[in-house]
Design a binder for this molecule. Sequence first.
Ligand SMILES: Cc1cc2nc3c(=O)[nH]c(=O)nc-3n(C[C@H](O)[C@H](O)[C@H](O)COP(=O)(O)OP(=O)(O)OC[C@H]3O[C@@H](n4cnc5c(N)ncnc54)[C@H](O)[C@@H]3O)c2cc1C
Length: 474
Amino acid sequence: MKLLQKTLVIIGGGIAGLAAACRAQTRLPDVNLVLLESSDQLGGVLQTETVDGYVIEKSADMFTTDPPAAMELCQQLGTTGSLIQTNPTRDRAYVATADSFHPVPRGLSLLLPGNLETVMNSPLLDSAARLRFAAERNIPPSRLETDESLEAFAVRRFGQSAFDRMIQPLVGGIYTADPKRLSMQATMARFVKMEKKYGSLIRAAQSIQPQAIESEASGARYGMFRAPENGLGQLVSWLQQALTGVQIRTGCSVHSVSRVGKRWVVETQGSNAERESINADGVVLATPAKVSGNLLQSVDQDLKQKLKSIGTASSAVVVMGIDKTQTEIAFAGYGVVVPSMLNRKVIATSFSSNKFAGRAPEGKLLVRCFMGGALQGELVDLDDEQLVQIASAELAVILGFRGDPELSRVFRWRNCMPQYHLGHLDLVAEIERMVDRQAGLELAGNSYRGVGIPACIQSGTEAIERLAKCFEVG
Ligand SMILES: Cc1cc2nc3c(=O)[nH]c(=O)nc-3n(C[C@H](O)[C@H](O)[C@H](O)COP(=O)(O)OP(=O)(O)OC[C@H]3O[C@@H](n4cnc5c(N)ncnc54)[C@H](O)[C@@H]3O)c2cc1C
């Protein structure tokens, strides 16, 4: 007698859902695989547009090789030959001050000072701040085992001034978070471990070999970043082409997931409002936590509430193409991050055409300005013209930019950046225990154990590994 074929539904076609589908195709070859995406294209926030020779990244523009999940996925797809590295001659990031900007001290990787001398010579800090920074060596490690916010941790170790002028802007650009609420355990646990192990981060940096600092403190190590030569949209296309064994339905929004006996029922609504019920043996929710909570309404009210309690921040990305003749200063770095104490509207400016080859035509610059985040979310509601004006004013400071950009685009990412607040890991562990009680249900995506592309890929592949075991048993 032929066994009934099992069905697995993956909800959400962002990088986490696509990675789950890719793993499912090889790990569960006999299972009927369906991927449902509400928008009309795959990739979630990962989107690239090419206009007049500019390669415009709408959100992320690169991924790190550590953790290795994104590199491993590219190896599996046979596409590593089409990955490019950041331009090594311009690997400098800068921090804005009230009237200028200065380089991030060489060797400083977020909270790990790989070279204390460069911090001691940095114009970003005055002499009192430098002395306090160097005194970190003598500050005893915390004995508390509880989670601590980024601000509490960094101020306790390095002092308020170094935090405000140097550390906050470096981290702020990555998580677009409120540093008073950002969980160290969930975002930078390696520094907490180093504090415990070495007694101080300065001593940790002095004890760890330079290569190990490279891998232990990936935050600002540009040699560890990669991007497809045509932008991250290419990663999405590679995955789409590889998913020959998966029924992919875009324009198909899921509005509920419920349990009927041992199986799952996924209710969908297509772009023409047609409704459908899909019976499934397994479901991976690779949607933002709030969406997943709403979809699981009928399954477990507590789980729904916990999922919905994971906060998010919104941001806007203003992309501008400009002619080099419109600038007075030949800025040779990757970008400038802005301390929130300066009360400026731009969080960070990234020079895409300095970072990667081929991002702008000859004689032009491609620049991206980030605004909003947890501290200035209201800026996302400004209209395009206002946002472009703010970005242009920032470029006037950095580059002496004059006139109008020859190309400008504004992208808004509402509620797309999960906020890992204090206690986030405990909350996620509780959510995972609740999900474990629902055989055949899995969660994936940036809401839980990492917002970066590799962490999202890993979350998708691990969800399939757990489901495969569940399918073997059931
Ligand atoms: C501006 C910005 C810059 C970033 N820069 C970087 C970077 O340089 N490097 C890096 O590593 N990371 C970066 N990140 C983070 C990283 O890009 C994201 O965390 C990651 O891509 C999220 O992937 P995901 O699959 O979890 O979620 P998403 O990409 O949000 O995908 C979720 C998908 O679910 C779909 N969906 C939602 N509801 C439903 C429903 N009811 N039914 C069906 N489908 C549904 C959505 O349409 C979406 O396609 C950046 C993020 C942003 C916003």
